[in-house]
Design a binder for this molecule. Structure first.
Ligand SMILES: Nc1ncnc2c1ncn2[C@@H]1O[C@H](COP(=O)(O)OP(=O)(O)O)[C@@H](O)[C@H]1O
Ligand SMILES: [Mg+2]
Length: 223
């Protein structure tokens, strides 16, 4: 195995006649934290959607944890999404009818984790994000920062090796954002999880090992 958790080569994607990714090459090493920056419209979300198997692409390859997304069938993609990858979104995407505890527990249920192990792990993760005392609250009873910390615990519940995040601090004030970033870094370090964080926020780049810049559907080489 190479030391890469993610390898993208020659990736091209178009919508109708318009090509929006023009042949991207980049890789993320196991446990590495990478910030992805670029002006609006440069293709960051499109790239993340390809990496998460939501969008198909026209040319090039994506390999995650040794698994070639291009040749995967629906079942294989679904397994990869459930097992190897964790997701964090700007708008949290927690299920509104479930408590914090149940939201974190869900990915464990999806991969068939046993109830006793789930219970232990949810308790441990809520403790790690400082929300043990909020376990029974639904998302609408939590602050933005608390919701994103629940989302963080949920993203690592199933022990992924890679977290993909689109603007994880984009909905938070700077104090709540800083807390989420500290936690992301800590969890990445403690569990060897690689991060690919799309961001406009310079504070996010500070918890990363390096920053990749995108413009007009291309990766810009470092100056
Ligand atoms: N579903 C879609 N259909 C057509 N064009 C799209 C679609 N999604 C994104 N685009 C176009 O692709 C380009 C890249 O968009 P996006 O990946 O959202 O950029 P970013 O996340 O960097 O702001 C933009 O020109 C956008 O208009
Ligand atoms: Mg975007």
């Amino acid at each position: 195995m190479s030391g890469q958790i993610l390898e993208v080569s020659g990736l091209k994607k178009r919508y109708g006649a318009v090509e929006v990714l023009h042949g991207l090459d980049f890789a993320v090493a196991a446990g590495e934290r990478v910030a992805l920056m670029g002006p609006s419209g440069s293709g960051k979300s499109t790239l993340l959607n390809c990496l998460s198997g939501i969008e198909r692409w026209e040319a090039g390859s994506i390999v995650i944890d040794g698994f070639d997304l291009g040749t995967a069938d629906r079942g294989g993609l679904e397994r990869l999404r459930r097992e190897a990858i964790g997701y964090i979104f700007q708008a949290f995407h927690l299920l509104p009818t479930l408590s914090a505890y149940e939201n974190v527990e869900l990915p464990g249920q999806l991969i068939g984790m046993l109830a006793a192990e789930r219970g232990e792990r949810v308790a441990e993760l809520l403790e790690a994000v400082g929300l043990s005392h909020r376990a029974g609250h639904r998302p609408d009873a939590l602050s933005g920062g608390e919701r994103q910390r629940v989302a963080l615990a949920r993203a690592i519940m199933h022990r992924p090796r890679l977290i993909l995040a689109d603007e994880p601090t984009g909905s938070l004030d700077s104090r709540a954002g800083a807390q989420v970033l500290d936690l992301l870094k800590q969890l990445s370090q403690d569990h060897g999880i690689a991060l690919l964080l799309v961001t406009h926020d310079p504070a996010t780049t500070e918890i990363c090992d390096r920053t990749v810049h995108m413009r007009d559907g291309r990766i810009q080489e470092a100056p």
